[in-house]
Ligand binder design. Structure first.
Ligand SMILES: [Zn+2]
Length: 471
Protein backbone atom coordinates (compact mmCIF):
# COMPACT_ATOMS: atom_id res chain seq x y z
CA UNK A 1 0.00 0.00 0.00
CA UNK A 2 2.80 2.38 0.96
CA UNK A 3 4.65 1.52 -2.26
CA UNK A 4 1.54 2.25 -4.35
CA UNK A 5 1.08 5.61 -2.59
CA UNK A 6 4.71 6.61 -3.25
CA UNK A 7 4.34 5.63 -6.90
CA UNK A 8 1.14 7.67 -7.31
CA UNK A 9 2.86 10.76 -5.86
CA UNK A 10 5.90 10.36 -8.09
CA UNK A 11 3.74 9.78 -11.17
CA UNK A 12 2.41 13.33 -10.77
CA UNK A 13 5.87 14.78 -11.27
CA UNK A 14 6.15 15.39 -14.99
CA UNK A 15 9.16 17.56 -15.73
CA UNK A 16 11.96 16.08 -17.81
CA UNK A 17 14.99 15.58 -15.54
CA UNK A 18 12.78 15.01 -12.54
CA UNK A 19 10.98 12.48 -14.69
CA UNK A 20 14.24 10.61 -15.19
CA UNK A 21 14.96 10.70 -11.45
CA UNK A 22 11.41 9.59 -10.78
CA UNK A 23 11.85 6.64 -13.10
CA UNK A 24 15.10 5.61 -11.42
CA UNK A 25 13.65 5.88 -7.92
CA UNK A 26 10.49 4.00 -8.85
CA UNK A 27 12.53 1.31 -10.53
CA UNK A 28 14.60 1.05 -7.35
CA UNK A 29 11.45 0.62 -5.26
CA UNK A 30 10.13 -1.99 -7.66
CA UNK A 31 13.49 -3.78 -7.60
CA UNK A 32 13.29 -3.99 -3.82
CA UNK A 33 9.74 -5.21 -4.07
CA UNK A 34 10.68 -7.84 -6.67
CA UNK A 35 13.95 -8.62 -4.90
CA UNK A 36 15.54 -8.37 -8.35
CA UNK A 37 19.11 -7.81 -7.21
CA UNK A 38 19.91 -10.83 -9.36
CA UNK A 39 19.08 -8.66 -12.40
CA UNK A 40 21.49 -5.93 -11.31
CA UNK A 41 24.21 -8.45 -10.47
CA UNK A 42 23.75 -10.10 -13.86
CA UNK A 43 23.91 -6.74 -15.67
CA UNK A 44 27.18 -5.91 -13.87
CA UNK A 45 28.62 -9.34 -14.80
CA UNK A 46 27.60 -8.99 -18.46
CA UNK A 47 29.19 -5.55 -18.72
CA UNK A 48 32.42 -7.11 -17.50
CA UNK A 49 32.38 -10.41 -19.39
CA UNK A 50 31.74 -8.80 -22.81
CA UNK A 51 35.47 -7.90 -22.79
CA UNK A 52 36.58 -11.47 -21.95
CA UNK A 53 38.33 -13.58 -24.58
CA UNK A 54 36.25 -16.10 -26.52
CA UNK A 55 37.84 -18.94 -24.51
CA UNK A 56 36.73 -17.35 -21.22
CA UNK A 57 33.20 -16.80 -22.58
CA UNK A 58 33.06 -20.44 -23.69
CA UNK A 59 33.99 -21.51 -20.15
CA UNK A 60 30.96 -19.60 -18.85
CA UNK A 61 28.79 -21.24 -21.52
CA UNK A 62 29.98 -24.74 -20.66
CA UNK A 63 29.34 -24.34 -16.94
CA UNK A 64 25.80 -23.10 -17.59
CA UNK A 65 25.15 -25.74 -20.26
CA UNK A 66 26.07 -28.62 -17.95
CA UNK A 67 23.65 -27.29 -15.30
CA UNK A 68 20.86 -26.87 -17.85
CA UNK A 69 21.26 -30.33 -19.41
CA UNK A 70 21.29 -31.99 -15.99
CA UNK A 71 18.15 -30.09 -14.98
CA UNK A 72 16.35 -30.93 -18.25
CA UNK A 73 17.22 -34.62 -17.96
CA UNK A 74 16.05 -34.83 -14.37
CA UNK A 75 12.97 -32.60 -14.46
CA UNK A 76 11.64 -32.16 -18.00
CA UNK A 77 9.86 -35.24 -19.36
CA UNK A 78 10.17 -34.05 -22.97
CA UNK A 79 13.99 -33.86 -22.87
CA UNK A 80 14.36 -36.88 -20.58
CA UNK A 81 12.61 -39.04 -23.19
CA UNK A 82 14.64 -37.64 -26.07
CA UNK A 83 17.99 -38.08 -24.30
CA UNK A 84 17.03 -41.63 -23.26
CA UNK A 85 16.10 -42.51 -26.86
CA UNK A 86 19.63 -41.55 -27.89
CA UNK A 87 21.19 -43.30 -24.90
CA UNK A 88 22.51 -39.99 -23.55
CA UNK A 89 23.13 -39.00 -19.94
CA UNK A 90 23.98 -35.46 -18.67
CA UNK A 91 27.56 -36.62 -18.04
CA UNK A 92 27.93 -37.18 -21.81
CA UNK A 93 28.04 -33.40 -22.23
CA UNK A 94 31.60 -32.65 -21.11
CA UNK A 95 32.49 -29.90 -23.58
CA UNK A 96 30.71 -27.53 -25.97
CA UNK A 97 31.30 -29.86 -28.93
CA UNK A 98 29.21 -32.49 -27.11
CA UNK A 99 26.17 -30.24 -27.53
CA UNK A 100 25.96 -31.62 -31.07
CA UNK A 101 25.08 -35.05 -29.64
CA UNK A 102 21.73 -33.62 -28.48
CA UNK A 103 18.82 -33.54 -30.92
CA UNK A 104 17.71 -30.32 -32.60
CA UNK A 105 14.24 -29.31 -31.44
CA UNK A 106 11.71 -27.55 -33.61
CA UNK A 107 8.85 -25.31 -32.54
CA UNK A 108 6.60 -28.08 -33.84
CA UNK A 109 8.14 -30.62 -31.40
CA UNK A 110 7.74 -28.29 -28.43
CA UNK A 111 4.14 -27.52 -29.38
CA UNK A 112 3.23 -31.20 -29.60
CA UNK A 113 5.27 -32.09 -26.52
CA UNK A 114 3.47 -29.58 -24.28
CA UNK A 115 2.94 -29.82 -21.25
CA UNK A 116 5.81 -32.34 -20.95
CA UNK A 117 8.10 -29.49 -22.05
CA UNK A 118 7.58 -27.80 -18.67
CA UNK A 119 9.87 -28.62 -15.74
CA UNK A 120 7.96 -30.56 -13.10
CA UNK A 121 9.52 -28.53 -10.27
CA UNK A 122 8.04 -25.22 -11.51
CA UNK A 123 4.52 -23.95 -10.97
CA UNK A 124 3.05 -22.32 -14.10
CA UNK A 125 1.20 -19.77 -11.96
CA UNK A 126 4.55 -18.21 -11.02
CA UNK A 127 5.78 -17.99 -14.63
CA UNK A 128 5.59 -15.43 -17.42
CA UNK A 129 3.54 -16.86 -20.25
CA UNK A 130 3.64 -15.87 -23.89
CA UNK A 131 2.37 -16.97 -27.25
CA UNK A 132 3.94 -16.28 -30.58
CA UNK A 133 3.55 -17.22 -34.20
CA UNK A 134 5.73 -19.48 -36.29
CA UNK A 135 7.25 -18.49 -39.60
CA UNK A 136 4.04 -19.28 -41.40
CA UNK A 137 1.64 -18.36 -38.67
CA UNK A 138 1.41 -21.36 -36.34
CA UNK A 139 0.71 -20.33 -32.74
CA UNK A 140 3.14 -21.43 -30.07
CA UNK A 141 2.95 -21.15 -26.27
CA UNK A 142 5.96 -20.76 -24.00
CA UNK A 143 6.83 -20.05 -20.37
CA UNK A 144 9.67 -18.18 -18.71
CA UNK A 145 10.79 -18.35 -15.08
CA UNK A 146 11.88 -15.47 -12.87
CA UNK A 147 15.60 -16.09 -13.34
CA UNK A 148 15.20 -16.19 -17.12
CA UNK A 149 13.21 -12.94 -16.95
CA UNK A 150 15.92 -11.23 -14.90
CA UNK A 151 18.71 -12.39 -17.22
CA UNK A 152 16.71 -11.24 -20.26
CA UNK A 153 16.26 -7.85 -18.69
CA UNK A 154 19.98 -7.58 -17.85
CA UNK A 155 20.86 -8.65 -21.42
CA UNK A 156 18.60 -5.95 -22.80
CA UNK A 157 20.31 -3.27 -20.69
CA UNK A 158 23.77 -4.53 -21.65
CA UNK A 159 22.85 -4.12 -25.33
CA UNK A 160 21.21 -0.74 -24.61
CA UNK A 161 24.44 0.49 -23.00
CA UNK A 162 26.13 0.08 -26.41
CA UNK A 163 24.02 2.87 -27.86
CA UNK A 164 24.29 4.98 -24.75
CA UNK A 165 20.88 4.44 -23.20
CA UNK A 166 20.42 3.96 -19.49
CA UNK A 167 17.59 3.18 -17.20
CA UNK A 168 15.16 6.10 -17.10
CA UNK A 169 15.94 7.43 -20.60
CA UNK A 170 12.87 7.90 -22.78
CA UNK A 171 12.14 5.22 -25.37
CA UNK A 172 9.52 5.07 -28.11
CA UNK A 173 8.68 1.53 -29.09
CA UNK A 174 6.89 1.05 -32.41
CA UNK A 175 4.89 -2.16 -32.31
CA UNK A 176 2.72 -3.81 -34.90
CA UNK A 177 -0.04 -5.91 -33.37
CA UNK A 178 1.94 -6.08 -30.13
CA UNK A 179 5.63 -6.41 -29.11
CA UNK A 180 7.68 -8.73 -31.32
CA UNK A 181 4.53 -9.54 -33.26
CA UNK A 182 3.56 -11.77 -30.39
CA UNK A 183 0.99 -11.54 -27.67
CA UNK A 184 2.61 -11.48 -24.28
CA UNK A 185 0.10 -12.20 -21.56
CA UNK A 186 1.35 -9.19 -19.76
CA UNK A 187 1.14 -9.20 -16.05
CA UNK A 188 0.74 -5.95 -14.15
CA UNK A 189 4.47 -6.25 -13.42
CA UNK A 190 5.37 -6.12 -17.13
CA UNK A 191 3.03 -3.17 -17.76
CA UNK A 192 4.43 -1.32 -14.77
CA UNK A 193 7.89 -2.07 -16.09
CA UNK A 194 7.04 -0.18 -19.29
CA UNK A 195 5.73 2.78 -17.34
CA UNK A 196 8.73 2.93 -15.02
CA UNK A 197 11.22 2.63 -17.83
CA UNK A 198 9.43 5.51 -19.59
CA UNK A 199 8.60 3.50 -22.68
CA UNK A 200 5.96 5.02 -24.93
CA UNK A 201 4.41 2.46 -27.26
CA UNK A 202 3.03 3.39 -30.66
CA UNK A 203 0.83 0.81 -32.34
CA UNK A 204 1.43 0.78 -36.07
CA UNK A 205 -0.60 -2.13 -37.35
CA UNK A 206 -2.46 0.08 -39.80
CA UNK A 207 -0.66 3.06 -41.25
CA UNK A 208 -2.21 5.99 -43.11
CA UNK A 209 -0.96 9.54 -43.76
CA UNK A 210 -2.92 10.58 -40.68
CA UNK A 211 -1.24 7.92 -38.49
CA UNK A 212 2.19 9.04 -39.66
CA UNK A 213 1.27 12.67 -39.04
CA UNK A 214 0.14 11.78 -35.48
CA UNK A 215 3.34 9.79 -34.88
CA UNK A 216 5.48 12.71 -36.02
CA UNK A 217 3.76 15.05 -33.52
CA UNK A 218 4.15 12.53 -30.68
CA UNK A 219 7.84 12.00 -31.52
CA UNK A 220 8.49 15.75 -31.61
CA UNK A 221 6.81 16.27 -28.26
CA UNK A 222 8.12 13.19 -26.43
CA UNK A 223 11.68 13.51 -27.80
CA UNK A 224 12.80 9.94 -27.14
CA UNK A 225 16.42 9.09 -26.52
CA UNK A 226 15.87 5.97 -28.63
CA UNK A 227 13.35 4.84 -31.17
CA UNK A 228 12.99 1.10 -31.51
CA UNK A 229 10.67 -1.33 -33.23
CA UNK A 230 9.86 -3.32 -36.32
CA UNK A 231 11.85 -2.30 -39.36
CA UNK A 232 9.05 -1.61 -41.84
CA UNK A 233 6.95 0.82 -39.72
CA UNK A 234 10.11 2.72 -38.69
CA UNK A 235 11.08 2.91 -42.36
CA UNK A 236 7.61 4.28 -43.22
CA UNK A 237 7.85 6.89 -40.46
CA UNK A 238 11.27 7.91 -41.84
CA UNK A 239 9.86 8.28 -45.35
CA UNK A 240 7.07 10.50 -43.99
CA UNK A 241 9.46 12.68 -41.96
CA UNK A 242 11.67 13.13 -45.00
CA UNK A 243 8.70 14.12 -47.17
CA UNK A 244 7.55 16.65 -44.54
CA UNK A 245 11.08 17.95 -43.93
CA UNK A 246 10.90 17.15 -40.19
CA UNK A 247 14.39 16.84 -38.74
CA UNK A 248 14.19 17.91 -35.10
CA UNK A 249 13.37 14.64 -33.33
CA UNK A 250 17.04 13.74 -32.77
CA UNK A 251 17.12 10.43 -30.90
CA UNK A 252 20.63 9.21 -30.11
CA UNK A 253 19.94 5.83 -31.75
CA UNK A 254 17.35 3.89 -33.72
CA UNK A 255 17.03 0.15 -33.07
CA UNK A 256 15.33 -2.04 -35.65
CA UNK A 257 14.23 -5.62 -35.19
CA UNK A 258 11.77 -8.35 -36.18
CA UNK A 259 12.34 -8.27 -39.92
CA UNK A 260 15.22 -8.44 -42.34
CA UNK A 261 16.89 -5.00 -42.55
CA UNK A 262 17.83 -3.91 -46.05
CA UNK A 263 20.66 -1.42 -46.80
CA UNK A 264 18.34 1.13 -48.42
CA UNK A 265 16.22 1.12 -45.23
CA UNK A 266 19.25 1.67 -43.01
CA UNK A 267 20.50 4.56 -45.16
CA UNK A 268 17.18 6.42 -45.10
CA UNK A 269 16.48 5.87 -41.38
CA UNK A 270 20.00 7.02 -40.39
CA UNK A 271 19.84 10.13 -42.56
CA UNK A 272 16.35 11.19 -41.42
CA UNK A 273 17.07 10.79 -37.70
CA UNK A 274 20.72 11.85 -38.05
CA UNK A 275 21.94 9.07 -35.77
CA UNK A 276 23.24 5.51 -35.95
CA UNK A 277 20.98 2.53 -36.46
CA UNK A 278 21.64 -0.61 -34.39
CA UNK A 279 20.11 -3.78 -35.76
CA UNK A 280 18.89 -6.12 -33.03
CA UNK A 281 17.96 -9.79 -33.26
CA UNK A 282 15.65 -11.47 -30.78
CA UNK A 283 12.36 -13.28 -30.64
CA UNK A 284 9.52 -13.38 -28.17
CA UNK A 285 10.45 -16.80 -26.77
CA UNK A 286 14.20 -16.08 -26.70
CA UNK A 287 14.95 -12.40 -26.23
CA UNK A 288 18.20 -10.47 -26.84
CA UNK A 289 20.05 -12.92 -29.08
CA UNK A 290 22.35 -10.47 -30.89
CA UNK A 291 22.92 -6.79 -31.61
CA UNK A 292 25.30 -4.50 -33.46
CA UNK A 293 27.86 -2.58 -31.43
CA UNK A 294 29.16 0.90 -32.26
CA UNK A 295 31.42 -0.57 -34.99
CA UNK A 296 28.39 -1.85 -37.00
CA UNK A 297 30.32 -4.75 -38.53
CA UNK A 298 27.84 -7.51 -37.74
CA UNK A 299 25.80 -8.43 -34.68
CA UNK A 300 27.47 -9.60 -31.46
CA UNK A 301 25.90 -12.69 -29.92
CA UNK A 302 24.65 -12.53 -26.33
CA UNK A 303 26.98 -15.48 -25.81
CA UNK A 304 27.09 -15.74 -22.01
CA UNK A 305 23.31 -16.24 -22.04
CA UNK A 306 22.70 -18.26 -25.21
CA UNK A 307 24.69 -20.75 -27.25
CA UNK A 308 24.01 -20.02 -30.91
CA UNK A 309 24.77 -22.54 -33.67
CA UNK A 310 24.39 -22.22 -37.43
CA UNK A 311 23.30 -25.51 -38.93
CA UNK A 312 22.68 -26.82 -42.44
CA UNK A 313 21.67 -30.42 -43.13
CA UNK A 314 22.50 -31.33 -39.54
CA UNK A 315 26.08 -29.97 -39.74
CA UNK A 316 27.48 -26.71 -38.36
CA UNK A 317 28.43 -24.34 -41.20
CA UNK A 318 31.72 -22.44 -41.51
CA UNK A 319 32.21 -18.70 -41.16
CA UNK A 320 30.58 -16.82 -44.05
CA UNK A 321 28.10 -19.61 -44.86
CA UNK A 322 24.36 -19.52 -44.31
CA UNK A 323 22.87 -21.80 -41.68
CA UNK A 324 19.65 -22.16 -39.71
CA UNK A 325 19.98 -20.47 -36.33
CA UNK A 326 19.79 -23.02 -33.51
CA UNK A 327 19.76 -21.63 -29.95
CA UNK A 328 20.24 -22.99 -26.46
CA UNK A 329 18.87 -20.54 -23.89
CA UNK A 330 21.08 -21.06 -20.86
CA UNK A 331 18.73 -19.45 -18.32
CA UNK A 332 15.12 -20.57 -18.82
CA UNK A 333 14.75 -23.63 -16.58
CA UNK A 334 10.91 -23.57 -16.53
CA UNK A 335 10.62 -24.49 -20.20
CA UNK A 336 14.10 -25.17 -21.51
CA UNK A 337 15.03 -24.40 -25.10
CA UNK A 338 17.93 -26.72 -25.91
CA UNK A 339 19.16 -26.72 -29.53
CA UNK A 340 16.00 -24.90 -30.57
CA UNK A 341 15.67 -24.24 -34.29
CA UNK A 342 14.44 -20.64 -34.67
CA UNK A 343 13.72 -21.13 -38.41
CA UNK A 344 15.72 -17.95 -39.07
CA UNK A 345 18.84 -18.06 -41.21
CA UNK A 346 22.12 -16.41 -40.24
CA UNK A 347 25.72 -16.17 -41.37
CA UNK A 348 28.40 -16.59 -38.65
CA UNK A 349 31.51 -14.42 -38.88
CA UNK A 350 34.78 -15.55 -37.33
CA UNK A 351 36.50 -12.11 -37.39
CA UNK A 352 37.30 -10.25 -34.21
CA UNK A 353 35.31 -7.01 -33.94
CA UNK A 354 37.21 -3.72 -33.82
CA UNK A 355 35.46 -2.80 -30.55
CA UNK A 356 37.49 -5.45 -28.71
CA UNK A 357 34.57 -7.40 -27.29
CA UNK A 358 35.06 -11.16 -27.24
CA UNK A 359 31.41 -11.90 -28.07
CA UNK A 360 31.22 -13.75 -31.43
CA UNK A 361 29.62 -12.11 -34.47
CA UNK A 362 26.84 -12.87 -36.95
CA UNK A 363 27.30 -11.18 -40.30
CA UNK A 364 23.60 -11.09 -41.11
CA UNK A 365 20.24 -12.46 -40.00
CA UNK A 366 17.57 -13.32 -42.53
CA UNK A 367 14.34 -13.40 -40.58
CA UNK A 368 10.80 -13.05 -41.57
CA UNK A 369 9.93 -10.70 -44.40
CA UNK A 370 6.40 -9.38 -44.01
CA UNK A 371 5.11 -7.28 -46.85
CA UNK A 372 2.70 -4.52 -45.97
CA UNK A 373 -0.83 -5.27 -47.17
CA UNK A 374 -2.45 -2.33 -48.94
CA UNK A 375 -6.05 -1.85 -47.83
CA UNK A 376 -8.77 -0.75 -50.25
CA UNK A 377 -8.68 2.78 -48.73
CA UNK A 378 -4.89 2.99 -49.24
CA UNK A 379 -3.90 2.35 -45.60
CA UNK A 380 -0.87 0.08 -45.10
CA UNK A 381 -1.40 -2.87 -42.77
CA UNK A 382 1.57 -4.54 -41.11
CA UNK A 383 1.96 -8.18 -42.17
CA UNK A 384 2.60 -9.05 -38.51
CA UNK A 385 -0.99 -8.03 -37.78
CA UNK A 386 -2.20 -11.17 -39.53
CA UNK A 387 0.24 -13.61 -37.90
CA UNK A 388 -1.27 -16.16 -35.52
CA UNK A 389 -2.22 -15.86 -32.77
CA UNK A 390 -3.83 -12.70 -34.03
CA UNK A 391 -5.92 -11.39 -31.16
CA UNK A 392 -7.09 -8.35 -33.10
CA UNK A 393 -7.57 -10.14 -36.39
CA UNK A 394 -8.91 -13.67 -35.77
CA UNK A 395 -10.37 -15.02 -32.56
CA UNK A 396 -11.43 -18.37 -33.96
CA UNK A 397 -8.58 -20.00 -35.86
CA UNK A 398 -8.29 -23.47 -34.29
CA UNK A 399 -8.99 -25.12 -37.64
CA UNK A 400 -6.01 -23.33 -39.24
CA UNK A 401 -2.64 -25.02 -38.88
CA UNK A 402 -0.71 -22.56 -41.08
CA UNK A 403 -1.65 -19.80 -43.40
CA UNK A 404 -0.18 -17.20 -45.67
CA UNK A 405 -1.68 -14.11 -47.26
CA UNK A 406 -0.88 -13.04 -50.82
CA UNK A 407 -2.08 -9.80 -52.39
CA UNK A 408 -1.85 -10.01 -56.20
CA UNK A 409 -3.80 -6.76 -56.72
CA UNK A 410 -5.61 -4.03 -54.80
CA UNK A 411 -8.92 -5.83 -55.43
CA UNK A 412 -7.88 -9.35 -54.48
CA UNK A 413 -6.49 -11.29 -51.51
CA UNK A 414 -5.44 -14.89 -51.72
CA UNK A 415 -5.30 -16.91 -48.48
CA UNK A 416 -3.31 -20.17 -48.55
CA UNK A 417 -4.36 -22.42 -45.69
CA UNK A 418 -3.10 -25.72 -44.28
CA UNK A 419 -6.05 -27.11 -42.30
CA UNK A 420 -5.80 -28.82 -38.93
CA UNK A 421 -9.54 -29.61 -38.98
CA UNK A 422 -12.37 -29.31 -41.44
CA UNK A 423 -13.72 -25.73 -41.24
CA UNK A 424 -17.40 -25.08 -40.82
CA UNK A 425 -19.21 -22.78 -43.26
CA UNK A 426 -19.35 -20.07 -40.57
CA UNK A 427 -15.56 -20.37 -39.95
CA UNK A 428 -14.88 -19.47 -43.57
CA UNK A 429 -17.44 -16.65 -43.48
CA UNK A 430 -15.84 -15.30 -40.31
CA UNK A 431 -12.38 -15.25 -41.95
CA UNK A 432 -13.71 -13.43 -45.03
CA UNK A 433 -15.64 -10.95 -42.86
CA UNK A 434 -12.53 -10.15 -40.82
CA UNK A 435 -10.53 -9.50 -44.00
CA UNK A 436 -13.30 -7.24 -45.32
CA UNK A 437 -13.36 -5.36 -42.00
CA UNK A 438 -9.62 -4.60 -42.02
CA UNK A 439 -8.62 -4.61 -45.69
CA UNK A 440 -11.87 -3.44 -47.24
CA UNK A 441 -14.26 -4.94 -49.76
CA UNK A 442 -11.78 -7.12 -51.69
CA UNK A 443 -12.30 -10.40 -53.47
CA UNK A 444 -11.05 -13.13 -51.08
CA UNK A 445 -9.96 -16.47 -52.50
CA UNK A 446 -9.20 -19.28 -50.04
CA UNK A 447 -6.98 -22.11 -51.21
CA UNK A 448 -6.35 -25.26 -49.16
CA UNK A 449 -2.83 -26.66 -49.47
CA UNK A 450 -0.95 -29.65 -48.05
CA UNK A 451 1.89 -27.35 -47.00
CA UNK A 452 3.15 -23.80 -47.53
CA UNK A 453 5.87 -23.84 -50.23
CA UNK A 454 9.35 -23.88 -48.64
CA UNK A 455 10.59 -21.16 -50.98
CA UNK A 456 8.20 -18.69 -49.34
CA UNK A 457 8.57 -20.02 -45.78
CA UNK A 458 9.81 -16.70 -44.45
CA UNK A 459 7.26 -14.63 -46.30
CA UNK A 460 4.11 -14.66 -44.22
CA UNK A 461 2.48 -11.91 -46.24
CA UNK A 462 3.34 -11.21 -49.86
CA UNK A 463 2.03 -8.14 -51.65
CA UNK A 464 2.46 -7.19 -55.29
CA UNK A 465 0.69 -3.85 -54.81
CA UNK A 466 2.72 -0.65 -54.66
CA UNK A 467 1.75 1.58 -51.72
CA UNK A 468 0.57 5.03 -52.76
CA UNK A 469 1.22 6.91 -49.52
CA UNK A 470 4.36 8.59 -50.78
CA UNK A 471 3.69 9.06 -54.47
ZN1 LIG B 1 31.94 -4.91 -31.71
Amino acid sequence: MIIVAIIVVFERIKTCEVGRMRSLILHGILSMYRKSWEELRCFRDLKKSQWYSLEEIERIQLKKLKGLVKHAYENVQFYHRRFRELGLKPTDVGNLEDLKKLPIVKKENLRHGFPDTLARNYNTRTLEKGTTSGSTGKPFEWYLDKKGFQHNSASYYRFASWYGVNLGDKIVSVTTASPWGARMHQSARVRWGYMLRRVLRLTAYQITEQTLHDFSIILKQFKPKTLRGFTSPIFLISEFLKKEGISDINPSAVITTGETLFDFQRRLIESVFDCNLFNFYGSSEIESIAQECEEHCGLHLNAEERIVEFVRNGENVSSGEEGEIVITDLNNYAMPFIRYNTEDVGIPKSDQCGCGRGLPLIMDVKGRVCDLIVAKNGALISGEFFALPAPYFLKNHKWIQQYQIIQPSREKLLVNIVKSAEPRKQDLEYLVNRIHKHVGDVNVEIRFLESIPTASKHRFTISHVTPELFR
